[in-house]
Design a protein around this ligand. Structure first.
Ligand SMILES: C[S@@+](CC[C@H](N)C(=O)[O-])C[C@H]1O[C@@H](n2cnc3c(N)ncnc32)[C@H](O)[C@@H]1O
Length: 316
């Protein structure tokens, strides 16, 4: 056989061979995308494919955060799975002026680290998190219990586009580097605005497109990250404005590229064994993931992808 093909949940890569297994370009799409790809024909698990025949959906994202990819992100980023960790959360809370004693909803809260940060360091009275991945919600509940926050932090397992939470109760809605995973962003923003009180705040950071990002570049990095689509900062401004919000902050945090450098450095210099353990000691797979991270780094240094910070107020 010379063509790449799908075998159950696996894709057999044959570098340079015509690929009939997916809808992308008709050549093998190994991370290297070239005939001199160092990978040899081998099996790669579907969760790590960089291009996929079907559009990315919530199930793909749940698979990431239920499996090794999610564990890899936590290895390099820590419990706060967003760029800049504690410092980024603090800057976001400062820019929004989150008051102590307030209550908030974290949309795509993952294991709840952002909520524990807000309660512990910003004096927030109560947080409620929504996330669609059972594994991270269970992990979050256990961590909140271990840190004694069960009475102040609660979780809903579900899609943030239809949280089922009561309208107009929260002082603010919070999100950190997670809304890039949501398929229907207009619906997400509508839900965020629905949840806050009149005059309340929508406060978030996210991975955003920068100027000059080409369609092939966007497709490659989204496929690697499992983002169904991404917006520029202006795209979020438009969605918030359409929902009758006043946008107070819309800026590039300018910390993205340095952090991708940091993650690569950590993986290359300190955490290699731990990362390999998480992915079953599959060295070629590790190399392919590193190649995609290098691609991300190049996009970030060119300003083609960035971390956006937005704060908007719902009309009173
Ligand atoms: C990068 S993690 C969030 C990290 C978290 N905000 C933090 O700062 O630690 C992304 C999370 O988004 C969740 N997610 C993605 N799409 C979702 C959706 N439509 N509804 C609910 N959760 C979703 C995933 O399950 C995952 O836990």
């Amino acid at each position: 056989m010379t063509a790449c093909d799908l075998a159950g949940d696996w894709l057999i890569f044959r570098p340079g061979a015509p690929c009939e297994a997916w809808s992308g370009p008709k050549m093998c799409l190994s991370p290297y995308g070239r005939r001199d790809c160092p990978l040899r024909c081998r099996l790669i698990p579907r969760p790590f494919l960089m291009n996929r025949p079907a559009p990315i959906g919530l199930k793909d994202v749940q698979a990431v955060y239920s499996g090794p990819e999610g564990d890899l992100w936590e290895l390099v980023m820590g419990q706060q799975i967003h760029i800049g960790g504690f410092r980024s959360s603090m800057a976001l809370a400062d820019r929004a002026g989150i008051p102590s004693g307030s209550s908030g909803v974290d949309l795509c809260c993952c294991n709840g680290a952002g909520m524990r940060f807000l309660v512990r360091f910003r004096g927030v009275a109560k947080m409620h998190g929504v996330d669609a991945t059972q594994k991270v919600v269970e992990r979050g509940r256990a961590r909140c219990q271990a840190e004694g926050f069960c009475d102040r932090i609660s979780f809903t397992l579900g899609d943030v586009c239809r949280s089922g939470l009561p309208p107009s109760e929260a002082d603010f809605v919070w999100g950190e580097d997670a809304w890039c995973y949501v398929v229907d962003k207009p619906r997400l923003i509508t839900e965020a605005v629905r949840l806050v009180k009149p005059g309340g705040l929508i406060v978030f950071t996210d991975w955003v497109d920068g100027p000059g990002l080409t369609t092939p570049e966007a497709e490659r990095y989204r496929a690697f990250m499992k983002f169904p689509n991404t917006l520029g900062i202006d795209g979020y401004v438009a969605l918030l404005t359409d929902q009758g919000c006043e946008v107070l902050v819309a800026e590039d945090t300018r910390q993205f590229a340095a952090h991708v450098d940091l993650y690569l450095d950590m993986l290359n210099r300190q955490l290699t064994y731990d990362a390999l353990r998480i992915i079953g000691f599959d060295m070629p797979l590790m190399e392919s993931l590193a190649a995609e991270m290098n691609f991300l780094r190049d996009l970030a240094h060119a300003g083609k992808i960035a971390q956006g910070r937005l704060v908007a107020r719902k009309n009173a």
